[in-house]
Design a protein around this ligand. Structure first.
Ligand code: GAL
Length: 471
């Protein structure tokens, strides 16, 4: 059976400035530029962010390739560390202004809608060293200066804006689980950072509207990795663990962005544990009044949890993990290269959650995808990666997404991570996600089998539902 999508459906792909442009001509180092300078060994094969996919130099050819595989919309991000010269004053770097203007015009010339995100884990590192980065409300205000410059410069042509990509990853990576520089383990700071990121998003949204950019079809939102939480059993201790995980990992950002309020139950727990953030009434008012128009959802894998092995009342430094443990489902289907479970039905669950609990806000899948190692092993003699596994992965996720749309969820698009193989933080180029491969030694870019397949899907606006059974 065929499943048809709306004629205006966004068929696209997502990347980010720090993962595709390369460090060329940048005045400031971001957190990853700096981390690579001081600890190159932390990155797979010692490959850092200096060149990535060379988009700064090859954007015209890259965009032509994106066009050739049928993409009608592409997300990237503007690097704060590139656009702004004086971070305190928010003055502009002319080379960066020219670059981003050209990129946006080039997308539009190719009939690709440019979707712009403002912050993708790439805080200018000086702001961390000087002020503690997102721990500081001064940095929140500097981010708003940067956002305002972006809106003023590009808001005439860019209609779809996002304030942050996966802000919870900043909290987890930098302050809890040590996978992003500065690799702190500090629950109290983590909670303040989460609050400040929420505040910065609301303040940027306020700025967007005060410039009048919400008129004329302009929209602004946030991109969240809504990894749905599934309890290991129906026992109350596992259900409670799942509830906390959902509150901390998802609702801390989603409720705040969509409803303008932090979830009361989470606030109560954080207050009882003496780790609640510092806030003021006027900040909470800004958060209340500046909710999102639109939501981007990144989805890769489910989050299965069980009651923690230790008691939540344990003594010692506060970390959110005291309330839940990861649960590995026996017999789960895996992408072994990336270490992530594959569970397409979650996209249907996400669609229903947004419909039922978030006023059916307009949303799109802003990232979904499959990272595979050593894809050259799947290359045919003519140099095309035969990535049938990626085609099956996308197709199956689209089936479940379509079921959600059929049942009334307001989803208007699907973006794959990523158009052209790009640099993935500490994993660098270990796992490849693109519809187009990139030989990082020559920067020669070649469409994969999935790229040709995706083009066909965007033309027919439909997919084949070949599932024998639904979960
Ligand atoms: C996401 C992130 C992207 C990309 C992707 C695949 O969490 O937003 O930047 O790295 O994972 O690794």
């Amino acid at each position: 059976m065929k499943r048809y999508f709306d004629k205006d459906f966004w068929w696209g792909a997502a990347t980010s400035g720090p993962q595709s442009e390369g460090r060329f001509n940048k005045k400031h180092a971001n957190m990853f530029d700096y981390w690579y300078e001081v600890e190159p060994d932390a990155f797979f094969d010692n490959v850092g962010p200096d060149v990535t996919s060379n988009f700064y130099n090859s954007y015209k050819d890259d965009i032509a390739l994106m066009k050739s595989i049928g993409l009608n919309s592409v997300r990237t991000s503007i690097q704060w560390s590139r656009l702004i010269d004086d971070l305190e004053l928010g003055t502009l770097n002319q080379d960066a202004v020219d670059f981003y203007n050209d990129v946006i015009d080039e997308f539009i010339k190719n009939d690709i809608k440019p979707i712009i995100n403002l912050h993708h884990f790439d805080l200018p590192v000086e702001l961390y060293h000087k002020y503690g980065g997102w721990e500081s409300k001064k940095v929140v205000d500097m981010y708003v200066l940067f956002a305002k410059q972006c809106f003023k410069l590009f808001g005439d042509r860019v209609k779809d804006w996002f304030t942050h990509n996966e802000p919870i990853v900043v909290v987890e990576g930098e302050y809890l689980h040590e996978f992003h520089y500065p690799k702190l383990v500090d629950g109290k700071k983590a909670v303040q950072v989460a609050y400040n990121l929420n505040l910065s998003s609301a303040k940027a949204i306020k700025e967007f509207r005060s410039l009048g950019l919400d008129k004329d079809g302009g929209r602004i939102g946030i991109i969240l990795n809504l990894t749905p939480t599934y309890p290991s059993s129906n026992e109350s201790k596992d259900l409670e663990a799942a509830e906390f995980a959902e509150l901390f990992n998802n609702r801390l950002f989603l409720d705040t962005a969509a409803h303008g309020e932090f979830p009361a139950k989470l606030v109560e727990i954080l207050r009882k544990d003496n780790v609640l953030w510092e806030s003021t009434d006027s900040e909470l008012k800004i958060i209340k009044e500046n909710t999102i128009d639109v939501l981007g959802v990144n989805y890769y894998h489910p989050n299965r949890v069980k009651a923690p092995d230790v008691s939540p009342n344990s003594v010692g430094a506060w970390l959110p993990d005291r309330y839940y443990d990861e649960y590995l489902l026996p017999g789960r289907r895996m992408n072994i290269d990336r270490g992530w479970e594959i569970y397409p039905k979650a996209l249907y669950d996400i669609a229903m959650n947004i419909k039922e609990n978030y006023n059916n806000i307009p949303w799109f899948v802003s990232e979904n995808g499959m990272g595979i190692s050593n894809e050259e092993n799947f290359m045919s003699e003519d140099g095309v990666v035969q990535d049938d596994y990626r085609i099956d992965f996308i197709n199956e996720h689209l089936i479940y997404l379509h079921k959600g749309i059929e049942e009334g969820s307001n989803c208007f698009g699907y973006h794959l991570w990523t158009p052209i193989d790009c640099w993935s933080w500490v994993n660098a180029y270990k796992n490849r996600y693109g519809l187009i491969s990139n030989n990082i030694h020559t920067q020669i870019k070649t469409i994969k089998k999935s790229g040709y397949w995706f083009k066909e899907v965007t033309e027919l606006k439909c997919i084949e539902d070949n599932l024998k059974y639904y979960e």
